[in-house]
Design a protein around this ligand. Structure first.
Ligand code: M6R
Length: 590
């Protein structure tokens, strides 16, 4: 899980690559480096965040019009300068950056160590020594011969001072896109790496490689060596999406974008939604699958499909789909993934495809891997999400999934006018919630002063509780658990004491809210402190009062509240909100 980028052309390459790395920093941020060719290859790399490294060693200042760079999230080998990429061969004439995992690196290293001097603990270093070994007079040939011996996953950029006009790039199960620019060409793990200079991209598919020069791009198959005709993707994203626009953190900006991102999801063409709803109607078994926040969106949707459309749809953790699901050619598996690059979710989708299932995906990132092999693709249109903590993309996923449930219900002849009308009012209700931000911040200051938290909900808000706990954990490093209120008394309640506070999501008057109130009493009776986030009136000391909706739509209203609570607690604790420790935006490893 790393970011890689490269440039070749007439401009100052290390500057372009540095800019690209800053955009990719969300993919990993424990170390980074750049290699550029002038007459020789020069490398600068160090541990830490990109701006700190720039300050220390002028990372962006390398001579030459061709460069490659890497921002790392450590997998093989600790966070050290030696393990940072780029890696060089023994002669210092070949440089490589790599995102992925070489699974047979131990055997290869053992073999290569007889002749080559290794300087890092990474799996990547075998690549550069193997290319060195295979290099006769042609870099392209050397890379391809190397890839034939490699097992595992890779997005790879290779340069050599022997052929200083080209970058050889290759891809297998790790994302890579080529950006076509004026006066030079780019390559990156996603389009944000070159969006400021190019709106035309060629996404590479698995087992493809390319030779990129300043004025040409040639894509070929790694397996057959044949030249491929690739479509050029026109990118509509604006660079503005990658700016904070006055907010101190991207997370806060992205939380505030939700009324408009929900509206965008409401405006996705009805035909796109209908096609997938029809596939759902036909399928005998339907699974929704995702990881982290995307899994929680699937779990909320499971309730919608059953309550609104009367259809059994099962939400499964994508890392467990292969273990749990019964998949055959009458099954539809819909992956839900913001990035479209999450290893677990892609593996689940690949497994399902192999078993003969139809594959759909709800995804945010244009040109991402998930969009390349699903039969049905719904782009959730949330715009770029930079903060590692998912916020606006969660409520957009919810919006798309709700639209699918409503469409499926229509196909089943059900009357959905009431819920459709209410759904259209959600962006305005969300604005009302965001207008009480100061009150929410006040609760973050006054209530969140212990180190353990329980989030509880019932029915459709059980996943709300799980998502709230995830948000708090990932950006504050405080311990939190989310669960159904009913489950509490079956064990967890014994944890209630002065160090464990409870946050309860209470929807408007409903059978569930009445039951929740008695669960809350059980916590209070054990001297547990409770904060109630409520859509109805409550007779408690600690509460946040929210606009009313039907219970089925309440997950939309609760979301900005727990997101803002987590945000303000993290700010209070001095955390790096957008880049929490040990995490990266897309988890592209198993
Ligand atoms: O890109 P994806 O939606 O597939 O990512 C899945 C999870 O890694 C992601 O939601 C993660 O849990 C977020 N950091 C949560 O905020």
């Amino acid at each position: 899980m790393c970011g890689i980028t490269g440039y070749v052309g007439t401009g100052k390459a290390s500057r372009y690559v540095f800019e690209g790395l800053k955009k990719l920093e969300y993919r990993g941020y424990d170390s980074c480096g750049i290699a550029a060719i002038d007459d020789i290859i020069r490398v600068k790399k160090d541990t830490g965040m990109i701006d700190e490294i720039e300050e220390r060693i002028d990372l962006s200042e390398l001579p030459g019009c061709i460069a490659i760079g890497h921002t790392r999230w450590a997998t093989h080998g600790g966070v050290t300068v030696e393990n940072a990429h780029p890696h060089l061969d023994c002669s210092g004439t070949i440089a490589v950056v790599h995102n992925g995992i070489i699974s047979n690196y131990k055997e290869l290293r053992k073999e290569l160590e007889k002749k080559h001097r290794f300087t890092s603990d990474t799996d990547t270093e075998v690549l550069v020594h193997l290319i060195e070994e295979n290099y006769k007079q042609n870099l392209e040939e050397a890379v391809i011969n190397t890839l034939k011996r490699i097992k595992g996953t890779y997005a790879l950029l290779v340069i050599s001072s022997e052929e200083p006009d080209r970058i050889i790039v290759a891809r297998k199960e790790s994302p890579l896109l080529i950006g076509l620019g004026d006066g030079g060409n780019f390559v990156g793990s996603d389009v944000s790496a070159f969006l400021a200079h190019s709106r035309k991209a060629i996404p590479l598919d698995d087992d493809e490689y390319a030779v990129i020069t300043g004025n040409s791009v040639e894509v070929k198959s790694i397996i057959t060596g044949k030249k491929l005709d690739k479509d050029i993707l026109e990118i509509e994203l604006t660079e503005k999406a990658a700016m904070k626009e006055g907010y101190p953190y991207f997370m806060l900006k992205e939380i505030h974008e939700q009324p408009s991102t929900i509206t965008s999801a409401q405006n996705i063409y009805p035909e796109e939604i209908r096609t997938v709803a029809e596939a759902m109607q036909k399928a005998e078994k339907i699974y929704l699958t995702g990881a982290g926040t995307s899994l929680h969106a699937c779990e909320v949707a499971e309730y919608w499909f059953s309550k609104i459309a009367g259809k059994l749809v099962v939400a499964v953790d994508s890392s467990e789909l292969e273990n749990r699901a019964v998949v055959d050619n009458k099954t539809l598996v819909i992956g839900v993934t913001q990035s479209g690059e999450t290893y677990d979710t892609l593996s689940a989708m690949r497994f399902a495809k192999k078993m003969g299932a139809e594959i759909g995906v709800i995804v945010n990132v244009i040109g991402s891997t998930a969009t390349r092999f699903a039969e049905y693709v719904i782009m959730q249109s949330s715009g770029m999400e930079v903060s590692v903590a998912a916020t606006k993309t969660y409520t957009s996923q919810l919006s798309v999934l709700l639209r699918l449930a409503i469409e499926l219900a229509k196909l089943e002849g059900k009357d959905v006018k009431v819920i459709e009308k209410e759904f259209s009012s959600i962006p305005d209700k969300m604005r009302q919630v965001l207008s009480i931000e100061d009150e929410i911040k006040g609760k973050a200051d006054s209530f969140f002063n212990v180190s353990n938290y329980l989030f509880i909900g019932k029915g459709i808000n059980t996943p709300t509780a799980e998502e709230a706990a995830l948000k708090l954990k990932e950006i504050t490093y405080l311990h939190a658990e989310g669960m159904s209120a009913g489950l509490l008394k079956h064990g967890t309640i014994s944890l209630i004491d002065e160090n464990m506070s409870t946050i309860a999501f209470l929807p408007s008057d409903s059978e569930n809210s009445a039951k929740m109130l008695s669960n809350i009493q059980e916590v209070s009776a054990r001297d547990g402190r409770v904060l109630i986030i409520s859509q109805g009136k409550v007779d408690e000391d600690e509460f946040i009062s929210l606009p009313d909706t039907s219970e089925v739509l309440s997950p939309f209203i609760f979301s900005p509240v727990f997101q803002l609570l987590a945000y303000y607690v993290a700010v209070k604790l001095g955390r790096n909100v957008d880049k929490p420790r040990a995490l990266a935006k897309s988890v592209t490893v198993e």
